[in-house]
Design a protein around this ligand. Structure first.
Ligand code: HEC
Length: 138
């Protein structure tokens, strides 16, 4: 009896990181599809951006600010001067208000963990809390 309880606890502990990995993989895979569909036109499939028009997402110092700024920007867009990796950009990025909170969490998980970027995943409940705090005017 005692052994089976200990065994159960070991099994339960072993499963926790596994499940998180599966969730991460799902978010990442969905995020990649959504990125190609909604973002790659401007930021390019490899996240390198386009000249002085569209800033890079690969190794972008803007992304180091954390997920808050990125979530709001995807939903509501942004305009005005922005400096990314020392280069000044000044072109409006349209927001995509039709994306769901889950889709935005997936896109952010994808870009924060691609092209040399490494970060945590952003889960939908986290995304939801952050999106509630965005101001709707860019
Ligand atoms: C029509 C072109 C266009 C599309 C589509 C677009 N962006 Fe942008 N993005 C821009 C521009 C232009 C800027 C710089 C805005 C400025 O100068 O104020 C920007 C800035 C950013 C930034 C902050 C700067 C950086 O490089 O880190 C992030 C993050 C970002 N975009 C992510 C996305 C994501 C994710 C999507 C898809 C959901 C997306 N963008 C779709 C044009 C676009």
């Amino acid at each position: 009896m005692r052994n089976s309880i200990v065994g159960f606890i070991f099994l339960a502990i072993a499963c926790v990181p596994g499940q998180r990995d599966v969730k991460f993989q799902q978010y990442y895979a969905e995020g990649e599809v959504l990125y190609q569909q909604h973002c790659a036109n401007c930021h390019q499939a490899d996240g390198s951006g386009l000249g002085k028009l569209y800033p890079p997402l690969a190794k972008s110092d803007f992304l180091e600010k954390g997920p808050e700024a990125v979530l709001c920007l995807i939903k509501y867009g942004v305009e005005g001067e922005m400096i990314v990796n020392g280069i000044t950009y000044n072109k409006a990025m349209p927001g995509i208000p039709s994306l769901t909170e889950l889709e935005i969490a997936e896109i952010v998980t994808y870009i924060l963990n691609s092209w040399g970027n490494t970060s945590e995943m952003v889960e939908v409940n986290q995304a939801s809390l952050i999106l509630d705090t965005c101001s709707e005017t860019p």
